[in-house]
Design a protein around this ligand. Structure first.
Ligand SMILES: [Zn+2]
Length: 230
């Protein structure tokens, strides 16, 4: 499973559900929604959590909500979310976990939701340099029976197997992509100007901010833009 496309509907900032505290992440924490109603999909949950934030009465939020057709990011990974009920201590899942909520709406195929979630988990593990042992159930933090249906029978083991397969596939894809670049230099270009003084001024500003910046005359870039070299 490749990483599913991620849509973004960020929750309102500086609210009870998105207080904005940041930390390096150590866990991926899997939850399931309690709502099996038809239509209780990722978008419906995104709207619901945004409403909770605006109302300011219940601190409940997740980084990602996943259904059978899409993944929606509600909170940037580096921020905390209010999903595990374990406070904001240094090792809490709220602070150190990336929370992933699987929808269980009865009008969707749960196998598709799990497949999509496994692809997302693999992507997050790679992005945050974590291993499969970082994937936890909500149950591991406080003992709530969540993710309920994934905890039944051998479902959790099969889900972890899906995460591992997706991790292997995405890692291999990334490795092949990196190998396809023959050039050992990686440039980050932020502008191109015909005005030498303007380019020099920008380079000086960047150096004052602590970046290494050079001004390079690049005739090929001018040709690329359809200009003849002067
Ligand atoms: Zn939960």
């Amino acid at each position: 499973m490749v990483c599913p496309q991620i849509k973004e509907r960020l929750l309102p900032v500086d609210t009870i559900g998105r207080p904005g505290r940041q930390s390096a992440k150590r866990y991926i924490v899997i939850h399931e929604s309690d709502c099996t109603l038809p239509g209780a999909d990722a978008l419906a949950h995104a709207r619901y959590f945004a409403g909770l934030c605006r109302a300011g009465v219940t601190a409940l939020s997740y980084h990602y909500v996943v259904d059978a057709t899409q993944v929606i990011r509600l909170i940037p990974d580096k921020e905390c979310s209010c999903h595990a009920g374990d406070g904001m201590g240094l090792h809490s899942a709220n602070l150190r976990g990336i929370s992933v909520l699987l929808c269980v709406n009865s009008d969707a195929d749960p196998a598709e939701t799990r497949k999509r979630a496994a692809g997302l988990v693999a992507h997050l593990l790679i992005e945050h340099s974590l291993g499969l042992d970082a994937v936890h159930q909500h149950y591991d933090f406080g003992g709530k029976d969540c993710p309920h249906s994934l905890r039944l029978g051998g479902a959790w083991g099969r889900f972890i197997d899906q995460c591992e397969a997706a991790y292997t596939e995405q890692s291999e894809r990334r490795r092949r992509c990196l190998e396809s670049f023959a050039c050992p230099w990686y440039k980050v270009q932020i502008c191109a100007s015909r005005d030498h003084d303007e380019a020099l001024k920008l380079a000086c500003e960047l150096r004052e901010k602590g970046y290494t910046a050079y001004v390079v005359a690049d005739i090929d870039y001018g040709r690329l833009l359809g200009e003849s070299p002067s």
